[in-house]
Design a protein around this ligand. Structure first.
Ligand SMILES: [Cu+2]
Length: 156
């Protein structure tokens, strides 16, 4: 009994590092890059992350490439008359001095044509192209299918 309690408390105490790495190029830094585990490869995967522009010049995320998907693209979730749709977004603006979040229900990356099943606990690389800052390679953490946000402890 004592051992069981100890094991359980260890389980809950272990902080799960999820999408906590920061990637930087020029004035742009990206963190909390995550995706969800997929059941197969028939449906597109998702990509969520946070982009901070530490500079004084507006920038924009204009493209994605990854070996994980044959046609990754940027989408925006738009609700019109109560009906959600996901039009393709040519770019995601990242204004000077601001943080932009790609998240469920907003701008997001859509990984069309997954090349492999995305498994929880794995990571895959993605290259983000910014209008001003250039290209940035980011590692994406694949989280559980039930996750709605990166569970990174930001108390540093
Ligand atoms: Cu989408």
């Amino acid at each position: 009994m004592k051992n069981t309690v100890l094991a359980l408390s260890l389980l809950f105490a272990a902080p799960m590092a999820q999408a906590c790495e920061t990637f930087t190029i020029g004035d742009i830094s990206v963190e909390h890059a995550w995706s969800r585990a997929s059941i197969g490869t028939d449906r597109p995967g998702v990509l969520y992350l946070e982009i901070t522009n530490n500079g004084t010049t507006d920038d924009a995320l204009t493209g994605l490439t990854t070996p994980a998907a044959s046609m990754p693209m940027l989408h925006e979730t738009v609700v019109t008359d109560g009906i959600a749709s996901m039009p393709h977004a040519a770019s995601v603006p990242v204004p000077a001095g601001q943080t932009v979040v790609l998240s469920p229900g907003g701008f997001h990356g859509m990984l069309m044509g997954l090349t492999n099943v995305l498994k929880e606990g794995e990571t895959f690389p993605i290259t983000l192209t910014f209008e001003q800052a250039g290209s940035l390679d980011v590692s994406v953490d694949v989280l559980s299918m039930r996750v709605e946000a990166a569970a990174c402890d930001d108390a540093k």
